[in-house]
Design a binder for this molecule. Structure first.
Ligand SMILES: C[S@@+](CC[C@H](N)C(=O)[O-])C[C@H]1O[C@@H](n2cnc3c(N)ncnc32)[C@H](O)[C@@H]1O
Length: 379
């Protein structure tokens, strides 16, 4: 455990979202869509109490956002039920990246469920959020038809599981209600169909599309397409509205929606407390850097300076940035996949832009790298 905020927040009874336990999941911008959706339904006035079912809650990041939506736009009138087994679910053979092993370890140790409970209790939203520990398959059949205004699917992203979650959830949405979910970066008519279908069937969670160079979740792309064709989508958050016997796309107004408080706090705290990087040496054109709990190899073409005030390396940007949990693992990665020269070209740069990682701070940082590379290339 190396993020000092983690222990500090547990001790101070404050929610924790950050790099520890991968507790900050997904792109932050998407949380604005959750808030916008609650605002839309609350304006329609036919939902005095908004009932939300969430499939897949992890450390509670999205559950707190829903709760904040109810507070901001519906006078706290509503509730969120979180369904999650909080047990290991990722196929780490099909998905060998370090991030999946870290997630699996956190679930195995029971820490993610504890963190979910801590985050809910310490957020002040405990009265709005309840949880059922079990799989969607075990829990969802227990509810009556049309029990919820919103059903949000963010569980296992393997194709069969997303498809099953959609099937289980459809019945539970009331007339005019919304079925929605996370991690639809590309719809099937935007990506390489054959590649997406094969990757989805091989249970790959997250991969770069061959056609667009955008990183996406093939299981979510294939499952939503199979069920609905095109759905409404904003920055990877997808949704569709129950209208009589069919499901329809709709517009969502994001104007004047600010990030929820727990994420705004997390960004502010991260920026304030991120440890400084230490340069430990070099290997094959990479600088070796120790930053908090991570070892990071950064291609020297990017340069030594400027990088180390920033929270680098939540995700790998191979072959420019490698991330590992030990110096030995880092050196092995560089030996295997490192490159000698780094050609600065538009394709490489757009590839990096599309891999922009978890936090807004880090996205901003990657943009800075890219600007710097462009300057070096004289563009
Ligand atoms: C991507 S995380 C959810 C992130 C969360 N919504 C957030 O925004 O922070 C996926 C979650 O789905 C859960 N999960 C996996 N399989 C599930 C299933 N069959 N039913 C319900 N939840 C499942 C996992 O335990 C994990 O907590």
């Amino acid at each position: 455990m190396n993020d000092p905020r983690f222990i500090q927040n547990l001790h101070d009874l404050k929610p924790y979202f950050g790099s520890e336990k991968v507790s900050m999941q997904g792109a932050l911008e998407r949380h604005k869509s959750l808030l916008a959706l609650v605002r839309m339904l609350s304006k329609e006035k036919n939902s005095p109490i908004i009932k939300i079912l969430e499939i897949g809650s992890w450390a509670g990041g999205s559950a707190l956002t829903w709760a904040e939506g109810l507070k901001r736009y519906n006078r706290d009138k509503g509730r969120i039920l979180c369904v999650d087994p909080w047990r290991p679910y990722i196929d780490t053979d099909a998905n060998p990246s370090q991030i999946y092993q870290t997630m699996t370890d956190g679930l195995n140790e029971g820490l993610i469920y504890q963190l979910f409970q801590h985050n809910v209790e310490s957020s002040g939203f405990g009265d709005l959020i309840s949880s059922c520990r079990g799989t969607s398959k075990d829990i969802l059949p227990l509810f009556q038809d049309a029990s919820f205004d919103i059903v949000y699917i963010d569980g296992d992203h393997v194709f069969e599981q997303v498809g099953e979650d959609i099937q289980l959830a459809k019945r539970l949405v009331r007339e005019g209600g919304i079925l929605c979910g996370d991690d639809l970066e590309l719809q099937m008519d935007e990506c390489d169909v054959e590649f997406a279908t094969n990757q989805a069937k091989e249970k790959v969670d997250y991969v770069e599309d061959k056609k667009t160079g955008i990183n996406f979740h093939p299981g979510v792309t294939l499952a939503t397409w199979d069920e609905f064709g095109r759905v409404s989508a904003w920055n990877g958050f997808w949704a569709i509205r129950k209208t009589g016997d069919s499901w329809e796309t709709f517009d969502l107004d994001h104007e004047k929606i600010e990030l929820p408080q727990h994420l705004a706090d997390a960004i502010e705290e991260t920026n304030r407390t991120t440890p400084m990087a230490k340069i430990c040496g070099e290997m094959e054109n990479y600088n070796l850097v120790h930053l908090g709990d991570r070892y990071i190899g950064i291609h020297q073409k990017i340069g030594l300076i400027d990088l180390f005030d920033e929270p680098v390396g939540l995700r790998e940007l191979s072959p420019i940035i490698f991330v590992a949990n030990s110096m030995e693992d880092l050196q092995n990665k560089i030996a295997k996949n490192g490159i000698l020269s780094l050609e600065v070209n538009r394709e490489l740069l757009s590839g990096i832009i599309n891999k922009l990682p978890l936090s807004e701070a880090l996205s901003q940082f990657c943009k800075e790298i890219i600007k710097k590379l462009l300057r070096k290339a004289g563009r």
